[in-house]
Design a protein around this ligand. Sequence first.
Ligand code: PHE
Length: 446
Amino acid sequence: MSNSKIWKGNSTFILAAAGSAVGLGNIWKFPYMVGSNGGSAFVIVYLFCILIIGLPVMASEIIIGKYGRKSPINSLKKISIDFQLNKGWKYLGVLGAFAGVLILSYYSVFAGIAFSYVFNIFPSGLENPSKYSTNYFSSFAASPLKLILWHSIFIIFTCFIVGYGVVKGIGRSVSFLMPIFFIFIIMIAIYSSLIGDIDSTLFFLFNPNFSALTPQVIVSAMGQAFFSLSIGMGAIMAYGAYIPENQLIGKTVLSIILLDTFVALIAGIAIFPIVFSNSDLMINAGPSLIFETLPVAFYSLPFGNIFSVLFFVLLSIAALSSSISLLEPFTAWMEEKFKTERRIIVCILGLLIWVIGLGSIFSFNIGQEIKFFGFNFLEGLDYLTNNIMLPMGGFFIALLTGWVLPKSFLIKYLNIKKSLFKPLYFSLRYISIGAILLIFLYSAFL
Ligand code: PHE
C-alpha cells in the first residue's frame, strides 16, 4: 500500500472512524428508538452493549483491516491464507459489503430528508409550530417524488466522494467539520434543556425502569449499538486498512466509542425536553421524531432560522461521512477484483442502491400497506440489517479474533497493556460472543 493511502497523522483515523460512527444513527435513530422502546431500559442495555460488544468487535475489525491493508473481503482472504484457515472467512466480508449497500439504500432516504430540511424555513407568526411541523413532515413523506429527489441528491454526493477515494475525499474535510458539529449539538442540547422539560427527560433517559425491558427492547438496543458504532459490516475494517502502523488501537477505539455515545446521549437531551413540553409531539413518533421536534426548538430560538440551516447542513455532512463508509467496503472490493476505475464502480453501485431505496420511500406512501411478516419494506430492511446482518457479522468477527486466530496475533496487533488485554480478551471470547448469540437468537426467533 502506498503512503498516499495511509491516513495522515493519528487523529485522522479517529476522525474518519468517528465520522463513520457519528451520523443519523446518533441524532435521528437513537432518540426515536429510545422514545419507542420505553426510555431508560433501552438506554441501559444500549450502553452495556456498546461497552461489552462494541469495544472488542471494533478493535477486532481495526486489527484485521490493519493486517490485511485491503478491502475487508480481501483482508479476510489474506488472513485466511496466511493462517491457513478455512477459505470461507472471506464471505464474512461479502456479508458486510451487502449489508452496507442495503443500509445505505434507506440511510440515504433519511439523509436526503435531513438535507431537504436545510431549506425548510417555517413561516413567521405561527400559532402552533408543533402542529405545523408534524403536518409538514406528513405531507413531505406522502410525496414519493419529493423523497426520490432528495434521496437521489444524497446518493450522488455519496458516490462522488467514494468515487474520488475515501482517504483523499474525507481525510481533510472531517477534521474540521466534526468538531463544529459537536459544539453545535451541545449548544442545542443546552438550549432545549432551558426552554423544555429537562426533568422529565432525565427521568425518562436514566431512571432505571426494568419493567420495560422486553426481549424486543434488548434486541433493538443491541442492534442499535452495532448500527451506531458502524460495526459488524466492515466499515471500520475498511478504514483500519489505512491506519498508521504505530497508532495505538486501544486508545483509538475508546475515543471513538466515547465520542459516539456522548453524541447519542446529547442528541437525546436535545430532543426530549421539546417533546415533553409539547403535547402535539409524540415521544413514540418513530423515524419522524427529530424532523418534527427540532424545527420547533429552532422556531422559538432567536435567529432560529440561521441555526436551523446550519444544523441541518452539519447533520447532512455527518450523514455523508457515515454513508461513504457504508459504500466503501463494496467499492474497495470491486476495485481490487475488477481492476476498474472507482468512478465506474460507484456509478453502478449507486444506481443499485438508488433502486433499492425506492422500496423504503414507498413504505411512507403508496406502499404503506404492502407488508411481509407484518413489516413494511423499510421496517423489514431495517430489521434484517440491524438485528440480523450486523450482529451476525460481529459474531463472526469476534469468533475469528477470539477463537480462531492465535492469541499472539491479537497481542501483537492490539498492542495494549497486559492488564487491559486480559479483560478485553476474556470479554471478546466469552461475553461479547455470548451476548451477540443471544441477540441473534432472539431476533431470529421472536
Ligand atoms: N454509524 C452510522 C450512524 O450512526 C451508520 C452506519 C452503520 C455507518 C453501519 C456505517 C456502518 O449514522
